[in-house]
Design a binder for this molecule. Structure first.
Ligand SMILES: Cc1cc2nc3c(=O)[nH]c(=O)nc-3n(C[C@H](O)[C@H](O)[C@H](O)COP(=O)(O)OP(=O)(O)OC[C@H]3O[C@@H](n4cnc5c(N)ncnc54)[C@H](O)[C@@H]3O)c2cc1C
Length: 647
């Protein structure tokens, strides 16, 4: 089944970008949507010219509205890594606080434990501390954003009177039960197993909807209401959708070789689903010497072109880069989730639900009401409770740590000095122990007396850049009319999107249909197959940082118009708001040798995990060699356990 989309005519008198087929007015660039007016549009309209002469940071510094609209509620002003936070972190990297005698206001505070970073790893560390601390022991979490959660935060929109939530990053959660992470869920009262998700409320037949931003994207074959779009790159002008592509492979406008690769791939996936391989850890570790791409081409006989066209974005969406650079240890990812897998579990705003539950457990009156998932998800945070003197665990927001070092020799010292900036002032305080939970890219700059072994270990960590664009639409009839609830594309901006059924604890309606407003997420990892991994990461970061809000907004509007104008989409009318969440250091990327070490040498992450350095221990998901809230929690548990003897 094929559907054709129509190109809209360029508006008279409106100027589009060179790449654009659409004028500003047709795209709704000046429509009054949920975004701030763009003050310096003249500067930004010439953004690409400026890019040639300015570094990304210089360009960034000139953008008054780089962040764009930031949403409503608790998370307003805290979308992705904010401009303010990034500039503060870059000041650290660029040596602004290198002098130990940097003038600072002494807060006269001494904490038993200071945790740098209030993401899931930092918050879980605080909880494990509180569970084991003596009543008089104290802890301070220093977090640089206006709200805790790190990559587990959410965006909120109000669209036609409906409150809509979508994850800024961390999406899929787990269930309470046995094991460290399941036990933490039980401990914090996160009853994710009791969630009910919105039911179909549109015209029959019901469309199956995922619960996370990637349930259907990661399944092969996907559900029948998932499609592939092909545009000019594949000779399709206007572009066209192939609905239920896995059952219509003959309709894909691809070369015979690529089409045969798709068929071969589907056969491989079906065989895998029927009898997946169960390698031992030792066997899997052997694959850590090669890339996934070499397994795809050599063992499975698929072409490199297929791997880079199809498999790359699928893997990059969850692991940062494509199979050309990722360790073969994760080769199973090529088979996706399997058609019968239970849909993922998700809070309405993603794993910020886990973060909110942890904080509610630490500071019970931080969110009014009982510790039910509904109250914790929906009620507003009372920010005034976070940093009270009487809390055993205090959380100090908008505070960027800029220096951490032992007072004297690390092995003999009794304290660690911590310096941070807040509202343009520099402060210092002391701690008996510190957990660095902010991520290796910044930790190696912060800990001033870090041994060279540890610093060199951190130098081997690579992080890709990812943009999560949340696009609130007034309805999604334009998808439904095509027979779709989601789809994937291979050119232009982004890779896929799909409508989610929200857990009803955070939804205004127990049902969802094509007339319902929703948030379509575009998760856009930056990766460049064939380039060395470190170059892929830095190139992506430069692109993410230097692209103005308005340019991304235009790309999104153009992409949607190209794909959906033929089924009635009108960017001016249908887009109610756009929030960009920029993650400069997103997934830690496991290249071959990273996870288990090379040639008998310890893996870099193990140098940081095996013991604390003096009174400083290291957490964050990156030490788990892969980004996920499970690893963030496991590393927190280890780090706290390692410091207990010195507390
Ligand atoms: C798009 C996307 C999708 C994802 N999807 C999933 C998913 O479905 N499931 C899943 O389990 N995981 C997912 N993740 C992975 C995510 O990394 C983890 O789930 C988890 O949120 C990581 O927590 P963390 O505390 O280790 O790191 P972070 O969340 O990065 O927290 C570190 C915190 O420290 C702060 N910080 C850094 N430096 C300083 C400083 N100098 N001073 C003060 N504060 C500082 C940071 O701003 C941040 O708030 C996703 C991530 C993204 C971005």
């Amino acid at each position: 089944m094929m559907k054709r989309t129509r190109k809209s005519k360029k508006d008279k008198g409106q100027v589009g970008t060179e790449a654009s087929q659409h004028g500003d007015r047709a795209l709704g660039m000046n429509a009054r949507i949920c975004r701030r007016d763009f003050l310096n549009s003249t500067l930004l309209a010439s953004g690409s010219a400026l890019l040639e002469s300015l570094t990304p940071l210089e360009l960034l510094g000139q953008q008054r509205d780089w962040g764009g609209y930031t949403g409503e509620g608790d998370y307003a002003g805290a979308n992705g890594q904010t401009q303010e936070v990034m500039l503060a972190a870059h000041a650290v990297r660029d040596g602004v606080f290198d002098s130990p005698s940097t003038p600072a206001v002494d807060t006269d505070e001494v904490f038993d434990l200071v945790i740098v970073g209030g993401g899931i790893s930092g918050l879980a560390s605080a909880l494990y501390f509180q569970d084991q601390a003596k009543p008089n022991q104290t802890c301070l979490v220093l977090e640089n954003h206006p709200i805790f959660g790190g990559q587990a935060r959410r965006n909120e929109f109000i669209v036609d009177g409906h409150r809509l939530m979508a994850p800024q990053g961390s999406n899929m959660c787990g269930l309470p039960g046995p094991g460290l992470v399941g036990e933490l869920y039980t401990r914090i009262g996160a009853k994710t197993h009791e969630f009910k998700y919105q039911e179909w409320g549109g015209p029959p037949p019901a469309m199956p909807l995922g619960r996370t931003s990637y349930d259907h994207f990661r399944k092969f074959p996907s559900v029948a209401s998932f499609g592939f779009w092909f545009g000019p790159k594949f000779g399709q002008q206007p572009g066209r959708w192939v609905v239920d592509p896995w059952n219509n492979l003959d309709q894909l406008p691809l070369s015979p070789e690529l089409r045969s690769d798709f068929a071969k791939f589907l056969k491989l996936v079906n065989e895998w689903n029927q009898s997946p391989r169960h390698e031992t850890q030792e066997e899997l570790r052997r694959y850590d010497n090669v890339t996934i791409e070499s397994i795809v081409t050599e063992r499975y006989g698929l072409s490199r072109e297929f791997a880079r066209l199809f498999i790359a974005s699928n893997i990059a969406a969850g692991y940062g880069v494509g199979p050309d650079a990722l360790t073969g240890y994760w080769y199973r990812l090529i088979f996706g989730l399997g058609p019968d897998t239970t849909p993922g579990y998700s809070f309405p705003g993603g794993n910020t639900g886990v973060a909110r539950h942890i904080v509610k457990t630490l500071i019970p009156d931080v969110i009014p009401g009982p510790r039910t998932t509904e109250a914790v998800c929906r009620n507003r945070i009372n920010f005034g409770t976070l940093d009270r003197l009487r809390n055993q665990v205090r959380i100090r927001l908008r505070s960027t740590v800029v220096r951490v070092e032992h007072e004297g020799e690390p092995e003999k010292s009794s304290y660690v000095r911590v310096m941070y900036t807040r509202d343009g002032k520099v402060y210092r305080l002391k701690a008996r122990a510190v957990i660095m939970a902010g991520g290796g890219w910044i930790t190696k700059h912060l800990v001033r007396d870090l041994p060279s072994t540890h610093r060199q270990a951190y130098d081997q960590f690579n992080y890709n850049a990812t943009l999560v664009a949340n696009v609130a639409v007034r309805n999604w009839r334009f998808l439904h009319k095509l027979g779709l609830s989601g789809g994937r594309w291979f050119e232009g901006f982004g890779y896929w999107t799909e409508v989610r059924a929200i857990a009803t604890i955070g939804a205004d309606s127990p049902t969802i249909g094509p007339d319902s407003p929703t948030v379509l997420s575009l998760i856009v990892p930056f990766f460049y197959p064939g380039l060395p991994l470190a170059e892929q990461c830095s190139k992506g970061r430069a692109e993410l940082l230097s692209t103005p809000f308005r340019e991304y907004e235009r790309k999104i509007r153009e992409q949607f118009t190209d794909m959906f104008s033929g089924s009635g989409f009108d960017a001016r009318r249908d887009i109610a708001g756009i929030i960009l969440n920029r993650w400069g250091h997103h997934y830690v990327v496991a290249q071959p040798g990273f996870t288990w070490g090379e040639e008998g040498k310890p893996a870099p992450r193990d140098i940081l995990r095996r013991a604390p350095f003096g009174r400083i221990a290291f957490a964050n998901t990156d030490l788990g060699a892969v980004s996920g809230h499970v690893m963030a929690i496991e590393e927190a548990h280890r780090a706290v356990g390692q410091l207990l003897p010195v507390l």
